[in-house]
Write a protein that binds this ligand. Sequence first.
Ligand SMILES: [Zn+2]
Length: 495
Amino acid sequence: MQLLTIAIDPSLDDSFAPEIAWTWRYLLTGAGYPWRTGVCNEPCDIAYTPDPRRAPHARIVIQAMPHHWERRTFLRLAGAGSADGFMYPMYAGEHGHDRLITHEAGRLIIHRDIVFDAFWLLTGQEEAHFPKNRHGHVDLAGTPYLEDQTLRKGLASGIGVRFEHLIGETGIPPGEPRWPHGKRAAAALSHDVDYPEVVRWLEPLRVVMRQGMRGLPAALDVLTGKRHHWQFDSWLALERTFDSPSVFYFVARQGSLREYALGTPDPFYDIRAPHFRRLFCTLIDAGCEIGLHSSYHAYASIEQFAREKRLLEAVAGVPVVGNRHHYWHLDPVNPEATLAIHEQLGFAYDASLTHDRYIGWRRGSSWPYFPLLQAERRELRTLQLPTGWMDSQLFLQHAANPGSPDEVLRALADQTAAQGGLLLVNVHDYVFDEVLFPGWSAAVRHLWEYLDTRGDFWMATPAAIAAHWRDRYQRLLAASVGFADTRTVAVSIVS
Ligand SMILES: [Zn+2]
C-alpha cells in the first residue's frame, strides 16, 4: 500500500482537529491510501494550510480556509432558522475546481478548501435551514438542489474522486481499489417490506387514488383476492437471473389501522406468523439478507428499537446487521442522534440517510462512510450506506424528479460508476405487479440489465458490501499513523 505523508497546519489542527481528521479519513480511505502525518515545511505529499508558502516542499497543497471552519461552529450554535447557512457558495458548477488549481514551483496548489467542502456536505450543514414536513422529510423546493438536480451528482464523493485524480497527476501510484473482483462500482437492491398483505376493503381505494377510474378493474381484482401484494417469489426469480441477491427489511412491530389513522403508520403484519417464518427460510435459502425496517417511532426509544431487532433475529434465526427506518423517519431535529442509536444497538450499517422525495445522495456521497457524531466530535461505528433511489420518487413524485425512469436510472448508474461508488436502490416488495404498479418493477429490471451489460458493478447484498467496506477501511487505518479517532481505533482492535 502506498503511504501518503499529510501535513496539517498546526493552526487548524488546534481548533478543529476532530472534524478535520474525520474528513481526511473520508477522503484518504475513500481514495484508498493509508497515511502518516508530517510537518508543513518539510517534504510531504499533501499539505493542508491557510498559506501555501508555509509548505514549499509539498507535492499538493490544499489551501485551508479557517474562517469556514469557524463558521461551522457558528452555524451549529445558531441552529435552525438562520438564513446564513443557505447554500454554501461553491455548488453553482461542479467544474469550478479546475479554475482553482495552479502549478507553482513543482507544486500543485488547490486554492479552495475542498476538505471543508466535503465536511460541509457530508454532515448536512444546510439541512437545519430547510423546512420539514411532519415526518421530518426535508423540503428542497426552490433550492438549487432541485433546480440543478445537485443530489444526483454526489458532490462529496465527487470531491473525493477529483482529489484521487489530482494525486494520480503528481505521479503517486493508485490507492487500494474501492471494490473487489476488479469491479469499478457496487450495486445493491433492497426492499422495504411495508404492505405484503393487502387490507381487502382499503387497498382498492388506494389503487383508484393512484390510477384514477382506469384503475377500477385492478381495484376489483384486489377486492376479490385475485391480485395481492405477496411478491417475494417474483423478486427472487428476477434476482436469480442477475445472480444479485437483495435485502428485505422487515418491520418487527405490528401496527394497526387505528394507529395509522392516529399518526403511527406502521405496517400491519406480524413477523411471528407461520407464513412469515416460512418466508424467512425461503429468502435466506436464496442468499438474501434479512434486515430491520425499524418502526415509525423506533428512533424515539432505544428500548423499542432493540426489541424490534431482537424479535426479528429470533424469528428469522439470523443476525440482523442492517437497518432502514420506515418512512426514513430519523429524529427530525437531529438525525445524528438516531445514527448514534444504530451504533449502540450494534448495527453494522444503516441505509436511512436519504431524502424521501428526491433521487440522489442526500449527503452528497455515493461512497459509504462512517458518519461524524458532531455533538461528541467523533466518528460513528455504524457505516452509512447511502440509498440513491427509491421507487416512488420516479413514479409518484415526478414533478420533483423529472425524466424517464430508464434514462434517470442509467444516468445515476453512470454517475455511480464514474465515482466508483455504491448504487443502493430501494424498491418496495409489493410493487412487482404490472397492473397495480405499471412500470415499477420494469424499471428495476431495465436498470439491472444495464448494470449487467456494463459488467463493472459488483452486485451483492448491503451486508456483504458493508463488510467489505469496513474491512478495507480498517486495513487502511491499521496501516496509518495520525488522524486517529480513539473510538475507531478501539473498534479495530476488538473486531
Ligand atoms: Zn417503510
